[in-house]
Design a protein around this ligand. Sequence first.
Ligand code: F0G
Length: 457
Amino acid sequence: NLPWAEPYKVKMVEEIFRSTREQREQWIEEEGYNLFNLASDRVFIDLLTDSGTGAMSDKQWAEMMMGDESYAGSQSYLKLREVVRHTLGFPYFLPTHQGRAAENVLFSILVKEDNIVPGNTHFDTTKGHIEFRKAHAVDCTIEEAFDINDLHPFKGNIDLAKLEDIYKSHPKEQIPFCMITVTCNSSGGQPVSMENIKAVKALSDKYDIPVFIDAARFAENAYFIKEREEAYRDYSIKEIVKEMFSYSDGFTMSAKKDGLVNIGGLLGLRDEQLYRKCGNMGIIYEGFITYGGLAGRDLAALAQGLMESTELPYLKARIDQVEYLGKKLLEYGIPVQQPIGGHAVFVDALNFLPNVPRAEYPAQTLAIELYKEAGVRGVEVGTLLADRDPETRQDRFPKLELLRLAIPRRTYSYKHLDYVAAALKNIFDRREEIRSGLEIVWESDILRHFTILLKKK
Ligand code: F0G
């Protein structure tokens, strides 16, 4: 009964910089209270995203050196093809420069005006790509997901009744596919059970509708299946991964998460015809089908990354860090989404800052407070991210207003997480005094949160 410890040690370190509260107050005002605008040396601990921010292994760096930069038929592509075939179980795939590029390639073929794409809460780029084509993303997540204190083990699950309603009320020609996002980022990094994936596939088969997986965090989802779904306790992660994907017709993947690389994406397909059509789109938008906007070395590092992220000891270390931060915040009485998600801790800003009106963006207000307090950068997953309704142009208030603290993979120490927790506790202790939020000065028509400019209300 020895304690558990990480299955790796550190070979290289990167300096990070502390600043003073006065500096941060000035910087963030200059940057329109948008944390995306900050230069990284003005951030001490960066929990903006777990996307492309992780540490690669020595083996991945070795693969980088051996990357084959041939325009066509690169050896690195062939290596990646082996992994996509044998670990993920897909005969066809296209590399893309990141996840949203895979969405773009696939949706260019499949999504038409007025189409309906049901799923569990679609990620913002996925929804953006759907709405950009004048189609609609319909959220069919189970209701439990919207109660942050509900301990349902699979809050990413799709509500089969909601899904069937969609299938019954629209002709199948209007529904190009159903999208299952694993884990479900927008509802808190919450997993989807194998039982649910299987049931969604069975229901969709009944209505002759394809199922695609948004696989950004597929390995983390597999870990939760192993931990929480009795029938899979004795399965290896690789067996679970293969079974999860077996219930889908294809997947889009941002490889910047569970691919353990800094850039890259994949589109996996079973149907040869669809692969050929998508291949043409890939060539237009991304590059030739054997590199898709990536260098050969990126493909090689990704092949190795997918092998590493589907190992249990790695996943245990990964998920444990996230859980550690979440539990620390709970100890301090801070309201967070429970159970703790796979890649991030989501703080409930409506309960944290009860005196900030909804129209003044409480989650963004909390994100700014945390930056000013300690130089920690999180990200708003609330009204700014939810964007305006494409028809009415009014703010869409999502069910939850969250501050996401995403933990990069293999990057920060437990001490860093203690620091983050202490900073949030300081704010929590004076939460009653925070009574006003922010207002918009400028915003773009789509995906406004990236570039928005705000001022203090
Ligand atoms: N799908 C999910 C579930 C995601 O979380 C992301 C990206 C994408 C698709 C798009 O992938 O960035 O490679 O184009 N999520 C990042 C995040 C940006 O911070 O959660 P991409």
